[in-house]
Design a protein around this ligand. Structure first.
Ligand code: 6PG
Length: 477
């Protein structure tokens, strides 16, 4: 046993040494933590051995029993394996080697209901479980991701020093915090991805308008996005978009973007966001539109056939191009704020429904660095929740509401152009529809209620009296 005790020295375990896992292992080791890494495949272990440096304290194994022996107790083990059945399989194989109080942290993009299920099953065995969203891709995992942990708070306290050290930092603040119990962390990560989808769709629409209506070539597009990234729209997605337009294909020398097939794939987190937004009844028009447009992009063959059959207007814009680009920047700025607002509104409602007790200021702060949706706007969003933690919706928060009020004319102007030229911009349209609907004290839902009552006796409520009412509509008054 003495031999075993000697082996129990690593600070943290890591299962899954793929690109994300090995990057995260190196990140933890950079900060002086000793890591015990496990992977079934020898190849992955060899690759990590090749890229780690002398000073990195990383031990590796292909044996889960040995992994458990390498770790100080109570153990903390991060899983970075593909979401889905692989997570269950790893947990099943790992558990026999663990002891009461040990902690498993699932850091993949797991569905939050799976996280709740796994947490409950492990709790019965005396094991702790945390679902931790991780954003920022390979470079985030390596140099500082945004981390969204949820689960038992005492379990978080044990790994907090490691997570705070390895997370992205904005100023002195690490982009990690305990977000709430159970699946709170994975829920927040799911909504992060939903917002990511919404923003990507909006940026793609701005590209489509500038390419089709203004006929800009890729070097010009690079300049526009690069400029936008220096102003209000500054953020990671804007930065990588600018860079994408610079890249030339190695084989042909052409702009690579022009050679990429226009069918957007998805792993599912955007769809999950939309599905749960329906469940908790929060409108997320921009996220919905983004998911639907990825689906519609997949009908490439049908679109190609239809393009030959259905003629629309000439897409070329005849007006002042630089002025249009400025208006487009403002339209995009407004629509991105409105997309964040939908995601935050969803988190607020989900927090109440699922008992997460989310602090939305903290969520915004965790997203200010390291993650895919990080942007300058998140500082304003964080400030809005700091000023009013109970804020119902970002659209009414000063100064965002004044900003939106001043940008709305340009959003409307850009939409008029897109409509006239026949260029599809559902994201921009949904943003305006959400804004206009949210600021309408009266919507035509009264007519919908009258229709329901007419054909189905579903009753309606009145503005001037309490109770349920029914009218025999087919009889004359
Ligand atoms: C992140 C990303 C990451 C992943 C997405 C891609 O936050 O680092 O969101 O989680 O790249 O899952 O999602 P789709 O394949 O669904 O576009």
């Amino acid at each position: 046993m003495a031999g075993h005790d000697q082996q129990k020295q690593c600070d943290i375990g890591l299962i899954g040494l793929g690109v994300m896992g090995s990057s995260f292992a190196l990140n933890m080791a950079d900060h002086g933590f000793s890591v015990a890494g496990y992977n079934r495949e020898e190849e992955k272990i060899r690759r990590l051995a090749e890229i780690k440096s002398e000073h990195h304290k990383i031990e590796t194994t292909r044996d889960l029993r040995q992994l458990a022996q390498m770790l100080r107790t109570p153990r903390a083990i991060v899983l970075l394996v593909p979401a889905g059945p692989a997570v269950d399989a790893v947990i099943e194989n790992l558990v026999p080697h663990l002891e009461r109080g040990d902690l498993i942290i699932d850091s993949g993009n797991s569905h939050f209901t799976d996280t709740d299920r796994r947490g409950a099953a492990l709790d019965v065995k005396g094991l702790r479980f945390m679902g931790m969203g991780m954003s920022g891709g390979e470079s985030g995992a390596r140099h500082g991701p945004s981390l969204m942990p949820g689960g038992p708070e005492q379990a978080y306290a044990r790994v907090r020093p490691i997570l705070e050290a390895v997370a992205a930092h904005v100023g002195a603040m690490p982009c990690v915090a305990h977000l709430g119990p159970g699946s709170a962390g994975h829920y927040v990560k799911m909504v992060h991805n939903g917002i990511e989808y919404g923003m990507m769709q909006l940026i793609a629409e701005s590209y489509d308008l500038m390419k089709r209506a203004l006929d800009l070539h890729t070097d010009q597009l690079h300049i526009v996005y690069e400029r936008w990234n220096r102003r209000a729209l500054n953020g990671y997605l804007m930065e990588i978009t600018a860079e994408i337009f610079l890249r030339k294909d190695e084989r042909t020398g052409q702009p690579l973007i022009d050679l990429i097939l226009d069918e957007a794939r998805q792993k599912g987190t955007g769809e999950w966001t939309v599905a749960d937004a329906l469940q908790v009844q929060v409108p997320t028009l921009n996220i919905d539109a983004a998911v639907m447009m990825r689906h519609l992009s997949g009908f490439k063959a049908q679109r190609q056939a239809a393009a030959l059959l259905i003629k629309g207007p000439d897409p070329l814009y005849a007006g002042d191009k630089p002025a249009f680009i400025d208006r487009l920047e403002n339209a995009l700025h407004a629509a991105v704020i409105i997309t964040y607002a939908q995601g935050m509104a969803l988190l607020k409602q989900a927090s109440a429904v699922y008992g997460y007790h989310l602090n939305l200021e903290t969520v915004a702060r965790v997203w200010t660095g390291g993650c895919i949706i990080r942007s300058a706007l998140l500082a304003d969003i964080q400030a809005a929740y700091k000023a009013d933690p109970q804020l119902e919706n970002l659209l009414v928060a000063p100064p965002l509401n004044q900003v939106l009020t001043s940008l709305q004319a340009d959003l409307r102007a850009v939409l008029r152009v897109a409509v006239d030229l026949g260029i599809p911009v559902p994201g921009l349209m949904m943003a305006l529809a959400y804004w206009d609907a949210y600021r309408s004290s009266r919507l035509p839902a009264n007519l919908i209620m009258a229709q329901r009552d007419y054909f189905g006796s579903h009753t309606y409520e009145r503005v001037d009296a309490k109770g349920k009412f029914h009218t025999r509509w087919d009889r004359s008054g």
